[in-house]
Design a protein around this ligand. Structure first.
Ligand SMILES: NC(=O)c1ccc[n+]([C@@H]2O[C@H](COP(=O)([O-])OP(=O)(O)OC[C@H]3O[C@@H](n4cnc5c(N)ncnc54)[C@H](O)[C@@H]3O)[C@@H](O)[C@H]2O)c1
Ligand SMILES: O=P(O)(O)OC[C@@H](O)[C@@H](O)[C@H](O)[C@H](O)CO
Length: 551
């Protein structure tokens, strides 16, 4: 309060806006780097001749993809910004883009406590993909019918591509999209196909659709959903055969695969307060009604890796000049993705994050730095159990990648990443993050019984699903589409009464849709059951079980 008052009387109030950043001296004094390019000019250029569109304009987009474009603009190898499109959470546009003239503030948090601040001016305009709003919808059509458009990238979360429920039936919104056709599209996939249809009618212009989400073989996943929506609209008569051929021809509509990596936690309230104390107004994070945690700034670590299949039928920006960007062939992307998602990074997060919640640790890094057993478990997953069965992608060394994670990235407490964030949607990830290594052990050794830390992580995730911590207190689960279903299956299991655990895990551990394999056939199902039983014994049982297996 006092600091804010002093700032006001000294006239140092800074506003994150096009006018606000004209007060260059104040920003420089605060240690914040401003764009070295003409933000208004690169926005205007993008509005007239869009080249790069992005869907899903949340945190990782702003700091990583936006940051890459910002770097290319600084170098003078890009001459326009990115067109930002939101199909899901319009609050993001209303609360985080419009009030700040589409500027963002990147806050890079180093492990020694120092920070880098940079205003990102690469986000040219923000459009809501709302078919019920003619102004936004027509603008979207203008963008997609521009010959200049080379690529559309996506960070819409894994759920953004999904059309069907686990039982194979359509989600209700997808069913409505199929029935109502392109001009009433609502879901991300329907909006995209509706816009591709406009592009097809305007001249069959080529384009690259580049998923940058953290899902396996992301390009194939995006392509499958786009083709499915196209086929469904063809059946109902909304689109013609020529359009089906256009979308299906990978020489015209390409779906490059990518591997993306940059730990980007939710915005920190402490950082918001620090920025306001530096004199920048209105830095507080918001939680939107759709549960996006977002702020005018984005906090993230410095390291970043983006491996992109070089397949862009209409040309592309000089992406290879971006920090941490590698252009490669599809096989190299695939191997890089498997290295990161199935072995080195995400399995560690998914195995230890939910357990961290049960043990009462808010921050992931603090847990690893202070709980020896959790650090041992994390290292076992990556070094002892994952590395022996991972293929080397060539462009990145798995050993060096894991070493960087454990020496610099995971221990970085300044990053403020929470175990609760790591527990979001774990049910959707267990197949790719654990199942692949388990299958590799079966292929190599006949079964996976020699694994310990991965089964412990799976048992820990299921123990977390009870919603009761290691002291016996209830806690709120992070969002996950299977929360209700699993809690129903576990309703008779009582922490402290091991006799209440009978065969409740059987349908889960044998579910090949979840784990991509039957864990009982692989020789780890019973082991996980035993670990789970031990974790139920009473207060402190989770801590003791972890110690027993890794200590
Ligand atoms: N945060 C990270 O550390 C990280 C690192 C690598 C990759 N990723 C990938 O990026 C994705 C987004 O992460 P983030 O940190 O930007 O999250 P975020 O919550 O900040 O942003 C998510 C964005 O996706 C949109 N979205 C959410 N559900 C959607 C749906 N069903 N359909 C269409 N759009 C939808 C939101 O509106 C928002 O624009 C992750 O799911 C992951 O695949 C994240
Ligand atoms: O984003 P999710 O939910 O797929 O996974 C949680 C974390 O493992 C993930 O966000 C990592 O921080 C990220 O993959 C690092 O590149």
């Amino acid at each position: 309060m006092i600091i804010n008052f002093l700032i006001i009387i000294q006239g140092y109030i800074m506003k994150l806006s096009l006018n606000g950043i004209k007060e260059q001296e104040a920003w420089e004094k605060a240690g914040i780097t401003l764009p070295g390019y003409d933000v208004e000019a690169v926005s205007e250029k993008a509005k007239k001749e869009p080249g790069w569109v992005h869907f899903g304009i949340g945190n990782i987009f702003r700091v990583f993809i936006g940051g890459i474009a910002d770097g290319l603009l600084e170098e003078g190898v890009l001459n326009r910004g990115i067109t930002c499109i939101e199909t899901f959470d319009y609050d993001v546009v209303d609360k985080i883009y419009d009030p700040y003239d589409n500027l963002g503030l990147s806050v890079i948090l180093h492990g020694d406590g120092t920070r880098e601040y940079k205003v990102i001016g690469a986000l040219a305009e923000a459009v809501k993909a709302q078919s019920s709003d003619p102004a936004h919808w027509n603008r979207l059509k203008e963008i997609f019918t521009s010959k200049s458009l080379q690529m559309v990238s996506f960070t819409i979360t894994e759920k953004g591509y999904a059309l069907q429920k686990a039982d194979g039936t359509w989600f209700p919104f997808v069913e409505a999209d199929i029935k109502n056709g392109p001009d009433k599209a609502t879901g991300a996939m329907a909006v995209l196909v509706a816009m591709l249809y406009e592009r097809y009618k305007a001249g069959r212009y080529p384009i690259a659709l580049v998923s940058m989400d953290n899902c396996s073989q992301n390009g194939a996943k995006l392509r499958e959903s786009v083709l499915t929506m196209t086929e469904e609209w063809k059946k109902v008569g909304f689109v013609d055969e020529g359009f089906v051929n256009y979308v299906s021809d990978e020489k015209i509509v390409a779906f490059p695969w990518t591997m993306i990596d940059k730990i980007t936690p939710r915005p920190s309230e402490q950082i918001a307060a620090d920025l306001e104390n530096l004199g920048i107004e209105n830095m507080q994070p918001v939680i939107t009604s759709k549960k996006t945690y977002i702020a005018p700034f984005v906090n993230a670590e410095k390291p970043q890796y983006l491996v992109i299949e070089d397949n862009f039928p209409n040309g592309r920006p000089a992406l290879e000049k971006g920090f941490g960007v590698y252009m490669a062939d599809r096989n190299t992307v695939n191997l890089s993705e498997r290295m990161k998602v199935t072995v080195c990074l995400n399995p560690v997060h998914s195995a230890t994050g939910p357990l961290g919640v049960v043990l009462g640790y808010d921050l992931f890094a603090h847990m690893l730095n202070t709980n020896e057993d959790m650090m041992k478990m994390a290292r076992m997953i990556a070094y002892d159990e994952g590395l022996p069965v991972v293929a080397n992608p060539g462009i990145l060394s798995p050993q060096a990648f894991v070493d960087e994670l454990f020496n610099e990235r995971f221990p970085n407490e300044y990053l403020g990443d929470t175990n609760l964030r790591l527990a979001v949607d774990v049910s959707q990830m267990v197949g790719i993050r654990f199942g692949e290594t388990i299958k590799a052990y079966v292929a190599k050794f006949g079964d996976a019984s020699r694994l310990t830390a991965i089964p412990l992580g799976i048992a820990g995730w299921l123990r977390y699903m009870l919603g009761v911590d290691d002291e016996g207190n209830k806690f709120e689960l992070a969002p996950d589409p299977m929360n209700e279903e699993l809690q129903e299956q576990f309703k008779d299991i009582v922490v402290g009464k091991t006799e209440t655990f009978k065969d409740q895990l059987k349908p889960i551990l044998s579910n090949e849709r979840l784990f991509f394999t039957d864990l009982y056939k692989d020789g780890v199902g019973e082991k996980i059951e035993e670990m789970f039983r031990e974790m139920l014994a009473g207060p402190g049982a989770v801590r003791a079980t972890i110690h027993k297996y890794v200590g």
